[in-house]
Design a protein around this ligand. Structure first.
Ligand SMILES: Nc1nc2c(ncn2[C@@H]2O[C@H](COP(=O)(O)OP(=O)(O)OP(=O)(O)O)[C@@H](O)[C@H]2O)c(=O)[nH]1
Ligand SMILES: [Mg+2]
Length: 447
């Protein structure tokens, strides 16, 4: 546990605006005395008992009638004395109460400071704090599900990984401490196999970030392809609304058109782009370039090709350029006779809607896919977790390599302890202040 800031902090826990009620929260050693200065009269202060009190201006006039609950530490959210005040949800009242509480001795809280204090007092670890941040930021049912899963399962999954790594580190250290009882070659091989297994487990868990991120932040799915193949028709059909212009003129779409919708609880932003062709027209070339730029970070490409026409050089170049990207190959015009021999993942008609529902489901499936590993119950909720698990995996793999190679057991033990450091950083046991600043900056004020 680290020393926490001694100040008593205050913030509104609800957003600014008009509402029936708003909630203010104080945390710190003086929380109750600060609240008592604001509400001098009223009933005796009893722990965890809501009491109706009069909050007064310094001249004794009424600021608001408030419902106050005092939760003494360490059994509170932050682990410190906490007071919650429910007042009427008017921004002028909220500001007045906040000002009065600051005059009474509290300091305005910084972003995420309540949860940071909960962390500093050992009430939550960093992984749980990140799950809370994800829960508050969630914009879709899928995002909510991931943050809940992270709250319940990520901690135990990581604790298991850490335990297993600790065991191996201890065995490696024991071998170093007692060189006389040197482990045999077979033992080294067996230890290396266990290290490799753990490396694969960390790697598997790290790879869940893709599916976690897509659920938390939503996914961008872009339709690309040659001109006039039916991208905009398919875009409209996927959205089930007429959003993009469709015409039989090649080069209809110029700007990128985008639209976000929930599909099976997942937030998907679909992007329709200008069709590709060798054009000498500056405006069309600019549209094609803009499209390429805006789909560079798409999570999935739907490469649309005309199923009723033979492939041409534009299509060949596009297939080559997108070969390393996550993509689905989609042939349009399935309602017309198809050119044989083209290998595609889906055949659809944006005009009749044939095959579009199946494509939509395939997109959701592909976006949500998690590499098959035993830890697939929990998905990661931050890039930080992803990077630390990749680093853990790398150190474990290097430890295995060292044990069986020339570097030897001392280097293997060193690599294994590096892996442990990364895992400690993950839970926050060994995280630097700047790391904490970065994690808690993602929170809002009042959380
Ligand atoms: N029969 C049939 N016609 C289609 C299909 N998809 C699109 N079309 C027609 O093909 C023409 C071009 O369709 P768009 O959706 O505008 O094609 P696009 O790929 O967006 O074209 P650009 O924006 O110019 O690149 C229109 O006349 C559509 O009605 C399809 O699956 N079957
Ligand atoms: Mg178009």
């Amino acid at each position: 546990m680290r020393p926490a800031d001694a100040d008593t902090i205050v913030a509104s826990a609800t957003p600014t605006g008009r509402s029936a009620l708003a909630l203010l929260r104080l945390s710190g050693a003086d929380a109750r005395s600060v609240a008592a200065k604001l509400c001098p009269g009223g009933p005796a202060w009893l722990p965890r008992r809501a009491s109706l009190r009069r909050a007064l201006h310094r001249d004794g006039s009424l600021l608001d009638q408030v419902l106050v609950t005092w939760m003494p530490g360490p059994g509170s959210y932050t682990g410190e004395d906490v007071v919650e005040l429910s007042c009427h949800g008017n921004p002028v009242i909220v500001e007045g109460l906040l000002d009065a509480l600051v005059v009474a001795g509290a300091r305005p809280a910084r972003k995420g400071e309540f949860t940071r204090r909960a962390f500093l007092h050992g009430r939550v670890d960093l992984v749980q704090a990140e799950a809370v941040a994800a829960l508050i930021a969630a914009r879709s049912p899928a995002a909510l599900a991931v943050s809940r899963r992270a709250m319940e399962r990520l901690g135990p999954t990581l604790a298991d990984l850490r335990e297993a790594t600790l065991d191996l580190a201890a065995e490696l250290e024991a071998g170093l401490d007692h060189p006389g009882e040197d482990l045999g070659q077979a033992d080294d091989e067996q230890l290396a196999a266990r290290l490799r297994q753990l490396a694969a487990r960390s790697q598997g868990l790290a790879s869940t970030w893709r599916a976690g991120r897509v659920r938390l932040e939503g996914a961008r799915v872009a339709l690309v392809g040659p001109v006039n193949v039916g991208k905009s028709s398919l875009f409209n059909s996927l959205l089930a609304q007429q959003r993009a212009l469709v015409s039989d003129q090649a080069g209809t779409t110029r700007d990128v058109v985008e639209r976000s919708v929930l599909v099976d609880g997942l937030e998907i932003t679909w992007l329709d782009t200008a069709g590709e062709r060798d054009s000498s027209e500056p405006l069309e070339r600019a549209g094609i370039a803009l499209g390429r730029e805006l789909v560079a970070d798409a999570d999935l490409l739907l490469v649309v090709v005309p199923g009723h026409q033979a492939p041409d050089s534009v299509e060949a170049e596009l297939l080559h350029r997108t070969a390393d990207r996550p993509r689905l190959l989609v042939a349009s015009h399935v309602d017309l006779p198809q050119v044989p021999g083209r290998a595609v993942d889906h055949r659809v008609s944006g005009k009749s809607g044939q095959g579009v529902a199946a494509l939509r489901q395939a997109v959701v499936k592909q976006l949500g896919q998690v590499a098959g590993d035993p830890d697939q119950g929990a998905l990661l909720v931050s890039q930080r977790q992803h990077e630390l698990l990749l680093a853990t995996s790398k150190h474990l793999a290097e430890a295995a390599g060292a044990l069986c190679g020339l570097a030897g057991p001392a280097v293997a033990a060193e690599e294994c302890s590096r892996a442990l450091e990364r895992l400690s950083e993950l839970s926050g046991e060994d995280a630097r202040e700047d790391v904490l600043d970065r994690v808690f900056a993602r929170f809002c004020i009042g959380k």
